[in-house]
Design a protein around this ligand. Structure first.
Ligand SMILES: Nc1ncnc2c1ncn2[C@@H]1O[C@H](COP(=O)(O)OP(=O)(O)O)[C@@H](O)[C@H]1O
Ligand SMILES: [Mg+2]
Length: 255
């Protein structure tokens, strides 16, 4: 069995506070793998360590069998690891399309600003990038919004834009930190459908940190439960829903 991403015996402390305590996690290629757990369990810290924003005190991270524990975040992004954040990371004041173009210009930032300020819209490279950006917007159903300014979009569409920006990097794995937070039921359902489609059609593996249990249970194939920095349980959504320890530690908490 080969895993796309493997986290092994990972520990992390902030000051004297141990936030992750020997966490193991294995993510199969082509799956949606949910990571759930109460607030403060260490989920965001785990994502930060996977994409290189934080370094662990102990343990290793492997991507396609390669030890990436000490690689810089940009290098991990180039290898195919993309993520979105718990708080929105879009540029307001720019249009939806321009936001995706920024992602596409990640390797050539001056090109973007030059075209933005000098109005260099009609050179072939520029046209090519616009077309690419439109393609990624279509993937998340945002094509009709392409020329809208970002701050005019409802929360759900801003989230989808963030996902469009992340998939514009053509990642193999997408790390999502609570993408349904602040979304209404309809927006959450749309989000779920888009994530499923990205996984099934685009073969993007997804590590989904999420509090919305209905969404988690509907779209993921595997669930890992983190509690006080330790893996409390893992299994299929059904197994997790039935696990008495999980119910006690987590699912019961919010109802
Ligand atoms: N940079 C930091 N410095 C100090 N403590 C932190 C830092 N980041 C997270 N923590 C602490 O680590 C614990 C886990 O946080 P986090 O990973 O954000 O949990 P979750 O995403 O599961 O809610 C929390 O107690 C939080 O206060
Ligand atoms: Mg968090």
């Amino acid at each position: 069995m080969s895993f796309l991403l493997e986290v092994s015996h990972l520990s992390k402390a902030f000051g004297g506070h141990e936030v992750l305590k020997g966490v193991n996690l294995r993510i199969k290629q082509g799956t949606i793998h949910a990571l759930i757990g109460p607030n403060g369990a260490g989920k965001t810290t785990l994502l930060n360590i996977i994409n290189g924003l934080e370094t662990p005190n102990k343990g290793r991270v492997f991507f396609k069998g390669k030890d990436i524990t000490s690689l810089a975040p940009e290098k991990r992004a180039k290898l195919g690891i993309a993520r979105t954040f718990q708080l929105l990371e879009v540029f307001s004041g720019l249009t939806v399309l321009e936001n995706v173009m920024i992602s596409l210009y990640a390797k050539n930032p001056w090109g973007f600003f030059k075209s933005l300020f000098l109005g260099d819209y009609f050179n072939p490279q520029e046209r090519d990038l616009r077309e690419k950006a439109l393609f990624f917007l279509k993937e998340v159903n945002l094509l009709p919004r392409a020329h809208e300014e970002v701050q005019n979009l409802p929360a759900g569409e801003q989230k989808l834009l963030e996902i469009a920006r992340a998939i514009a990097l053509e990642p193999e794995i997408l790390l999502l930190d609570e993408p349904a937070a602040g979304l209404n039921n309809r927006e959450t359902r749309v989000l779920g459908e888009i994530l499923k489609k990205l996984c099934e059609n685009k073969k993007i593996t997804i590590l989904l940190v999420e509090h919305d249990m209905e969404l988690v249970m509907k779209i993921s194939q595997h669930v890992t439960v983190l509690n006080f920095g330790e893996v409390l349980a893992e299994g299929t959504p059904l197994e997790i829903q039935k696990n008495p320890e999980v119910i006690r530690a987590y699912l019961g908490e919010e109802t």
